[in-house]
Design a protein around this ligand. Structure first.
Ligand SMILES: Cc1ncc(COP(=O)(O)O)c(C=O)c1O
Length: 356
């Protein structure tokens, strides 16, 4: 069903012969903005570009400091640097593994211009506390929603709390394209207008640039595929949540630390991440049993070779560093049935059995 709908959507684009910034992109922008609950959405080429363009559009300039977490995909930090800004890291909350708002104030300097909270694994960061600090210090907030399409915080979708928010449509995301794609959402018309210029050579009208821009456009084929898939996003998120519940029910007492949630959030389980002191042995054991477990992420960004010069050495972000040693993502995707989840559960239990 989905396959034939996608085929038809792709055929329609090919038959129309209009590939860049046409009706599919505009329609998807409208539909996605309305899904999230914002007034504007601007399609771009990737989630990384969405972050960097969103930061530029809210006024970030070269040399400004942007606070984020190190326990995230490198892409978060790449997006910040692509905007010309300097990333400054704060540690995560030990239970949710998202930005710890209590540590924000100490990280704010005279050069701080924005905060990028990451709704990691599909779990919303504590936006109320983050927005309070941002408001007090008059710094912008750009939410990294790459792993959290459809997640809720206090009944509102993530992406609607900050000045702008970045989404990725990388194929494995909760809403994935047939290639790269991204989106910025905002409810500020001036920010949306700036984004539309930045994604296309800074043009305010054809061939005339208002600002210096580049090329970062979502294409018609991707938008057509994403329009079909957006209609299924809520159902897929429900399937992910059901599987997470199934895992948590059957893994209780297994010795693993199971994913925790802050109150008032609706987690969309892009990843189901457990924690174990014997992570490496468990990972090997699961892989030997044909289970596609993975680690998100094995090395915090601040300790990676490319980012050591940012000045955050070992020991500077203790919860982040502990998390990197213990997190393990069990397979989760909407089409996964309970029988497959059971295989994972049995393999985990077998490992527990071997140790005790
Ligand atoms: C947390 C996070 N931020 C940003 C990105 C960047 O998205 P993309 O791969 O579309 O550039 C990703 C995905 O890789 C991500 O997981």
């Amino acid at each position: 069903m989905l396959r034939s709908e996608i085929d038809a959507a792709v055929q329609q684009v090919l038959a129309g012969g209009w590939y860049i910034l046409g009706k599919q992109v505009s329609a998807f922008e409208e539909e996605f903005a309305s899904y999230v609950g914002a007034t504007h959405a601007v399609g771009v080429a990737s989630g990384t570009d969405a972050l960097s363009l969103a930061l530029k559009a809210v006024g970030i300039r070269s040399g400004d400091e942007v606070i984020t977490v190190s326990h995230t995909a490198v892409a978060t930090v790449a997006g910040i640097e692509q905007a010309g800004a300097v990333p400054v890291f704060v540690d995560v909350e030990p239970h949710s593994l998202t930005l710890n708002p209590e540590l924000l104030e100490a990280a704010i300097s005279a050069r701080t211009r924005a905060i990028v909270p990451v709704h990691l694994y599909g779990h919303p960061a504590d936006m109320e506390a983050i927005m309070k600090v941002a408001g007090k210090h008059d710094v912008a907030v750009v939410e990294d929603c790459a792993q959290a399409h459809g997640a809720l915080y206090s009944g509102k979708r993530v992406g609607t709390f900050g000045n702008a928010a970045a989404f990725s449509f990388y194929p494995t995301k909760n809403l994935g394209a047939a290639g790269d794609g991204g989106m910025v959402i905002t409810s500020t018309p001036e920010v949306a207008q700036k984004l539309k210029q930045l994604r296309q050579y800074g043009w305010e009208k054809r061939y005339i640039s208002r600002v210096r821009g580049g090329n970062s456009r979502l294409d018609e084929l991707q938008a057509a595929v994403l329009r079909v898939k957006l209609k299924h996003l809520d159902q897929w998120n429900e399937q992910r949540r059901d599987l997470a519940q199934f895992y948590s029910k059957h893994l209780a007492g297994s010795g693993l630390v199971l994913p925790d949630r802050n109150t008032g959030v609706r987690h969309v389980f892009h990843l189901y991440v457990v924690r174990s002191d014997e992570r490496e042995a468990l990972l090997r054991h699961l892989q030997e049993h044909g289970i596609g477990a993975q680690v998100h992420y094995p090395e915090p960004v601040h300790l990676q070779p490319a980012y050591r010069d940012l000045g955050f050495g070992p020991g500077t972000l203790p919860e982040t560093e502990i998390a990197a040693k213990s997190v393990l993502s069990l397979p989760i995707y909407p089409e996964m049935g309970e029988a497959e989840a059971n295989l994972v559960i049995q393999a985990v239990k077998k490992f527990g059995g071997k140790c005790s």
